[in-house]
Write a protein that binds this ligand. Sequence first.
Ligand code: ZN
Length: 365
Amino acid sequence: MPKPKLALILGSGFSKDAGLPTTADIPEKFLMTPTNTVLTSEIEDEISKILRKFWERVFGFKNGGPRPSLEDHFTLLDLAANSGHHLGPYYSPKKLRAIRRMSIHRVFSLVTFGKKKRPHIRKMLYSLNKNFDLSIVTLNWDIIVERHLENYADSKKLPFYYPIEAIALTGTFANQPWPHDGVPLMKMHGSTNWVYCDSCRRIYAGRIASTALNRKTFLEPDDFRLFDVEARLANQLEELTDDRDCPHCGNVLAGRVATFSYRKAFSIAQFHTIWERAHFALCAADNWLLIGYSMPEADYEFKHLLKSAQLGRNKKNWIARVVLKDDLSAENRYKSFLGLTGKDVYQGGLSKWIHSSLDEYIGER
Ligand SMILES: [Zn+2]
């Protein structure tokens, strides 16, 4: 008998369980220079200063005062820069795009340096894969799920693939497409291990390293020259960013992601493919398991995708379960938007759910 299909849908609460900050936690850390960095701390300090100035001028931010949400931060940047508008007299579209790149670099730094593997997450992936025909849809940029799939039980790998033509950047398969083998992993907003070539339009994927961050693909020396930064720092960055040539066409590789904003920039074709594959997987699955995803209002495109897939299913026996941690407003959104009930939502967090309810969940299928 074929295994029932399961779509596992992951939000930032899943990564929090592995030690990373959630979307809501990031503003607290956003202006702090990371201690573990691929750049010099002088350059990271400069990024912190530029971001802080932006918050002060745009949001009236003061030390110790409330911080803007990431959604507001990126929405203001995207809406002004993409329509060619200034944000006040100082922030030209060019400066806004520079700040956007620095902001993504900063967020990538915050969601990268938590490499610990959690045995309970490995256990969950192992059990789900054993009992279901598994697809994974994630809203996260980080590579927590990749790290756990690469080493999910006694150093065994559970093969996975991105359902796009992702080209290997280094290693045995360098410059060849990753084989489509194993669990499909749909990264709806992009990934810290992807880099993009604007010329030949390829996505290169490093397997389990934060390639975009390591290759500084979101930082341009010229961006620093727009702000009152010492020339030697921009020159220093120039020297640090020397491994960014596209292996295929020689163009400079860049980072491309969809940000948290209300207006996500799905400007590259691969994102359309990923969203289409996710819709297909959600429509085909008998079971949805949503972990650490609070279904925020800013994700209206993804909410629309969920609703469309829910209504586009051809079978009635659909089971959706949600695992959250003390998030009643998210629970209410699930009830009012997907029609779930209190018994479909677990509020005790992922580790407790795996410990107390995973076996029962598998038994229900
Ligand atoms: Zn290229």
